[in-house]
Write a protein that binds this ligand. Structure first.
Ligand code: HEM
Length: 538
């Protein structure tokens, strides 16, 4: 403990005080008063009534009664780890972010999660996985809040409550707890066909990862990088696991889910404890920042679309190593608060309408989940850069602010306002030109293509991967009670690929419908396959 973290009386202060929650040889009350017994209530005689004056009993039970906080509204089930990010410096030409400069090393905290299950649900269910990384950079916190699937179900955040309502357990029976095998999910996906691409990834082996250590991660949205000269580049972020991408087969996932519902969190913690530190390379696909924000005809603002790696290779820019388990799950993994709006100079957002809603949602939900606006002061969320803000008071305020004038300019607290500029490390939004526009509630025409990339994914799979996809659709749709939902989803599959549709229809014992629109003319993208090797003839 350095001198700056010890008070004149020798007590730890600041972050260390938060870490050293327990000290001293004696058990005490929360007020530090030593206790002689914590096993018996104070009573009027050994068989007599318990006395209200037992302040220790009241404190102990009161605190226990409030131990739980709300679980995350989505991504409630997760596991985290600390680590370090080592930059290769290969992105230094396109971004001025200091943590991406050559040889920069940045502490990180990563939380992996499932999306739909509750906090106590099993790890190995078929679902999307969260892959959220907090970089504690010297310029402030940067969060890359991604998933293990590079696309999302919807194109506009206003539909996020709807898709989650459809994906969460049915409101009447609370079934199923954590899987996509139910009527409301398939009702939504078949009525909102922009969700077909993401759903296809869920039905593939990507939906049942072998380990967090063998998952890819994706920032999904297109972001905007800015370099030291002010030049901008559009970018998609990718995490590539050093161990390769591996999944379980469905039967394995059933067994691991039953025998060890903690399969993924145990695997992560055991590997780190054994010194087998998991590693991922961070990579970027870059695109010219043109006014259209498209690349090879793909709308970069549409989060249901990927850009195949054949068209834009992923360039490695750094290495993530997870090397330390949390010492307290609640303090770290449960209280960590990620937010897509935690940006640093050199990385900015684009006008992806899904991203816009996320920029509101994370901060908003954390006010409820972490009880008030001061969750940035919880040790796991504290920036490692100096903080000098004018935010004051509020629930759970830990700081003792000095001065009398939390506004600028002021003439009382040292007077002169001290603002940084772009040249002194301030985050300055990219002054993007906006076209003249009228207010509308509508999507661009380019968002109307819902099937071509689902077809691209299907065509990119090897025969064994296709078998798994057909089996997954058949099993999951087979759990639906409503015939009309199954039929509507089969119609969507027909518009993706007639053979896929025919096989799933046969498995369900239903007729295969005809496609209602021409099949998209797309070429397979081998990088999408986990298996490699032989591709089907078409
Ligand atoms: C939580 C990813 C879309 C709202 C999370 C987490 C991840 C994630 C990884 C878990 C963070 C953690 O470990 O604590 C994504 C991705 C999205 C997406 C990749 C699409 C590309 C959205 C949208 C909204 C949203 C559109 C709302 C409009 C939330 C909320 C939480 C959450 C409220 C819980 C946060 C908390 O309680 O701390 N998301 N999400 N997400 N997401 Fe998203």
């Amino acid at each position: 403990t350095g001198p700056e973290t010890v008070s004149p009386t020798g007590q730890p202060t600041g972050a260390d005080q938060a870490r050293v929650a327990q000290s001293g040889a004696y058990l005490t009350t929360a007020q530090g008063t030593r206790l002689y017994d914590t096993d018996h209530s104070l009573k009027a005689g050994p068989r007599g009534p318990v006395l209200l004056q037992d302040h220790h009993l009241r404190e102990k039970i009161m605190h226990f009664d409030h131990e739980r906080i709300p679980e995350r509204v989505v991504h409630a089930r997760g596991a985290g780890a600390h680590g370090v990010f080592q930059s290769y410096g290969t992105a230094a030409g396109v971004t001025k972010a200091a943590f991406l400069a050559a040889d920069a090393e940045t502490p990180v905290f990563v939380r992996f999660s499932t999306v739909l299950g509750s906090r106590g649900s099993a790890d190995t269910v078929r679902d999307t996985r969260g892959f959220a990384t907090k970089f504690y950079t010297e310029e402030g916190v940067f969060d890359l809040v991604g998933n293990n699937i590079p696309v999302f179900f919807i194109q506009d955040a206003i539909k996020f409550p709807d898709v989650i309502h459809a994906g969460k357990p049915h409101p009447d029976r609370e079934i199923p707890q954590a899987q996509s095998a139910h009527d409301t999910f398939w009702d939504f996906v078949s009525l909102h066909t922009e969700a077909q691409h993401h759903a296809m990834w869920n039905m593939s082996d990507r939906g049942i990862p072998r380990s967090y250590r063998t998952m890819e991660g994706f920032g999904v949205h297109t972001f905007r990088l800015v370099n030291a000269e002010g030049a901008t580049t559009l970018v998609k972020f990718h995490w590539k696991p050093k161990l390769g991408v591996h999944s379980q087969v469905w039967e394995e996932a059933q067994i691991t889910g039953g025998v060890d519902p903690d399969f993924h969190r145990r695997d992560l913690a055991d590997a780190i404890e054994a010194g087998a530190y998991p590693q991922w390379e961070l990579g970027i696909q870059t695109f010219p920042d043109t006014p259209e924000q498209t690349f090879e005809g793909i709308d970069l603002l549409d989060p249901t679309k990927i850009v195949p790696e054949e068209l834009a290779p992923v360039r490695p820019i750094g290495l993530l190593t997870l090397n330390r388990n949390p010492s307290n799950f609640f303090a770290e993994t449960e209280q960590v608060a990620f937010h897509v709006g935690h940006l640093v100079p050199g990385i900015d957002v684009t006008d992806d309408p899904l991203l816009a809603g996320r920029l509101f949602s994370y901060l908003d939900t954390q006010i409820t989940r972490l009880a008030g606006p001061n969750f940035n002061q919880i040790p796991i969320n504290r920036p490692h850069a100096p903080v000098n803000d004018m935010l004051r008071d509020g629930f759970h305020q830990q700081a003792v602010h000095t001065g009398v004038a939390p506004y600028k300019p002021n003439s009382l607290d040292g007077g002169c306002p001290f603002f940084a500029g772009a040249d002194t490390g301030a985050f300055v939004e990219v002054p993007v030109e906006l076209p003249a526009a009228r207010k509308v509630r509508e999507a661009p025409a380019s968002f109307a293509d819902h099937f071509s990339q689902a077809r691209l994914f299907w065509l990119s799979m090897t025969p064994v991967e296709r078998e798994h996809i057909v089996a997954a659709y058949t099993f999951e749709l087979g759990k639906c009670y409503e015939q009309a939902v199954k039929e509507r989803q089969l119609l969507a599959l027909a518009n993706i690929d007639p053979e896929l549709c025919a096989q799933v229809a046969a498995g369900l014992g239903l007729p295969a419908p005809e496609a209602t629109q021409p099949l998209a003319d797309v070429r397979p993208s081998p990088a999408l396959s986990q298996v490699g090797g032989e591709w089907p003839a078409d």
